[in-house]
Design a protein around this ligand. Structure first.
Ligand SMILES: [Zn+2]
Length: 121
């Protein structure tokens, strides 16, 4: 019994560390009708159009899969859909966000590093 308690304690301790590191990355997320704004802990803000995120969907269906040699298989060019919106989103672990789009698609997991470094051109 005592050992189990010790294990529980170390698990919650490491979770606190992960939670802290997550907290250093995202300050807040504001979902609007056609856009989403991510405020980072470094006081920068990234604003994404829902249509842009939909087009950039990183799931295997939309973006294809790459083998260890860099060969790409599958993937489609997701057409621009200006009417698409983000219905809701979920945090995936400590590294990513999953967006639920109004067209029913929700398979892509967008890493926080990708979102932080993406510059719309
Ligand atoms: Zn996709």
């Amino acid at each position: 019994m005592f050992l189990n308690l010790g294990e529980l304690f170390s698990i919650s301790k490491s979770r606190n560390v992960l939670f802290y590191s997550r907290q250093t990355m995202i300050s807040s997320i504001n979902l609007f009708k056609k856009e989403i704004a991510i405020v980072w802990k470094d006081n920068t803000t990234s604003i994404f159009k829902a249509s842009t995120l939909r087009r950039l969907c990183p799931c295997a269906l939309c973006s294809g899969e790459t083998d260890v040699f860099g060969n790409q298989y599958g993937g489609i060019n997701v057409p621009e859909n200006k009417d698409v919106s983000i219905v809701r989103f979920e945090q995936i672990g400590y590294y990513g966000l999953q967006f639920y789009f109004s067209d029913g698609h929700k398979d892509g997991i967008y890493t926080l590093n990708f979102l932080k470094n993406y510059n719309e051109t």
